[in-house]
Design a protein around this ligand. Structure first.
Ligand code: AMP
Length: 491
């Protein structure tokens, strides 16, 4: 594949994009693209096609490789992706459909099949770019986090260590977390470094498929967001299943419910490693592995500690600060804005989008947290104006802007409401324009075709007024308090 990229005349640093599930071809791209000096750019296929095109253009992708599942997205965006010169379908030559309309489309296997097996890997500067991943977890357009070979290698060492994910050549690792979500939390790299066996689920992420894969491949360690694990646990309860070989699982991306940690331990003897991180952090920042004295505590006490987001892995520095930037004590009670720094944490976004994000050299996470005397961090709130549903971001600002374009809306605020399956779901709080009588159904229908279906608010609630601050800004914190305990339709 690296030879094939050379033949296309791709320069060092050029971006090769993927729209793909976790699979071996995607894995080959991870190493072939980066090892030959180019940058692998994983695009999230769950975004609306217009956003996919926007991201491909911003990254100036030259090649785009996609799984056949995502052919409809590519059909919708190819004419808008102005820099992409080569389209590659990740399939065998005989599986390539005729007349897709996509210019010059080739199958991956035919494309690499004619190349020699050997490749003279270049000696690269360790600080050159290796991988690019966009986050929608910020305000405005998605922003790119660009990882270097050096940052990726250091991150890989750190996450493999015993007090992090404790990976070794005797493990069989199943990343259910997508390779388009911050490099599947670095597991493809860590498996290669430690010599662990890797198992890929493709697009089959339902409880039954994941369970059968875990058992069929003797998986020892799996990683995913809480929503996917909920599906797995429901299936296990239905069929009365047990895990023959799985002993630990990394859960992160959203807060892992304490009940899930308990169920895994008590019913299945699986230790949950609750982890926290961000796209901007490669992503791992903390992992909830216990210290010696803690590991001797009774189960309930241990579970209480494991419910926190965990301790910083070696290489990551954390601090919490109050509204004036004063550092707060690590007492497990004082909550403040969480800031981080370390060798695999960005110092700016790709193309310096959004300006300098750092505050005195620290990266502000947008999370609000406590840290206890043992260094265990716990997220208590979020200061950034985005909602996370099933591990995917929804921009509350986008949702609000669309609502504000409706003639019946005077003011609209979108907030995240706790949901048993998706962690959070968006709810739109609306003040009607005087003299109009717009309904919830009309407003929900108004979103059709404007954002992805799963980003449409679950509910619309009409109020007389939305709380405003001194500068006229909507007070989301107050609104969230007001809607605490609100039960969503169908939740
Ligand atoms: P992303 O860049 O998509 O990986 O999202 C990072 C954000 O997800 C963090 O800043 C948190 O707001 C949230 N997040 C990630 N892991 C956890 C966790 N274990 N508990 C609570 N929130 C989390």
């Amino acid at each position: 594949m690296a030879n094939a990229l050379d033949r296309l005349g791709l320069a060092a640093g050029d971006r090769v994009a993927t729209l793909a599930w976790n699979g071996y071809r995607h894995f080959e791209l991870y190493f072939g693209v980066t090892g030959s000096g180019r940058v692998v750019h994983t695009i999230n296929p769950r975004l609306a096609p217009d956003q996919v095109a926007w991201i491909a253009n911003d990254a100036e992708d030259q090649v785009l490789c996609f799984d056949m599942t995502f052919l409809p997205i590519v059909k919708a965006v190819w004419s808008k992706c102005s820099t992409v010169k080569h389209w590659v379908a990740l399939c065998d030559a005989d599986k390539l459909p005729a007349d897709t309309g996509i210019p010059g489309l080739v199958s991956y296997e035919a494309w690499i099949g004619r190349e020699p097996v050997g490749y003279a890997w270049p000696q690269l500067d360790e600080r050159c770019a290796a991988a690019l991943c966009y986050t929608s977890g910020t305000t405005g357009n998605p922003k790119g986090a660009l990882y270097s070979h050096r940052s990726t290698l250091l991150h890989t060492f750190a996450v493999s260590m015993p007090d992090a994910l404790s990976l070794s050549a005797s493990d069989t690792i199943l990343p259910v977390v997508p390779m388009f979500h911050v490099n599947a939390w670095g597991l493809p790299y860590a498996a290669a470094m430690t010599g662990a066996k890797l198992v890929f689920p493709g697009g089959a992420l339902d409880g039954k498929s994941v369970y059968e894969l875990i058992e069929g491949e003797n998986v020892t360690m799996a990683a995913g967001v809480p929503t996917v694990w909920l599906g797995l646990l429901n299936h296990m309860a239905e069929v009365g299943g047990k895990f023959a070989s799985m002993r630990r699982t990394v859960i992160g991306g959203s807060a892992c419910p304490p009940a899930m940690i308990r169920t895994f331990k008590e019913k299945y003897d699986v230790t949950v490693l609750h982890a926290w991180g961000m796209t901007e952090m490669s992503p791992v920042g903390t992992v909830g592995t216990l210290k010696l004295q803690q590991s001797r505590l009774p189960l309930d006490d241990r579970l209480a500690i494991m419910g926190k987001q965990g301790r910083a892995v070696y290489g990551v520095d954390m601090k919490i600060v109050d509204g004036e930037g004063r550092e707060l004590p690590w007492d497990g009670k004082s909550a403040g804005d969480l800031l981080v720094k370390g060798p695999w944490i960005i110092s700016q976004y790709f193309k310096a989008a959004g300006g300098d994000p750092l505050v005195d050299g620290w990266f502000p996470t947008g999370d609000v947290a406590t840290i206890d005397a043992d260094g265990f961090m716990q997220i208590t709130d979020r200061s950034k104006d985005v909602i996370k549903s099933g591990g995917e971001w929804i921009s509350s600002i986008d949702v609000e802007n669309i609502a504000m374009a409706h003639p019946g809306v005077a003011m609209a605020a979108c907030i995240g409401i706790t949901h048993p399956k998706w962690d959070e779901r968006p709810v739109l709080v609306v003040v009607r324009r005087a003299g109009t009588n717009v309904t919830a159904a009309e407003l929900r229908a108004f979103y059709e075709g404007k954002i992805a279906k799963w980003q449409v608010p679950d509910d619309v609630v009409f109020v007389d007024a939305i709380p405003l601050g001194a500068t006229g800004k909507m007070q989301k914190v107050k609104l969230r308090e007001q809607f605490k305990g609100y039960v969503l339709p169908g939740a």
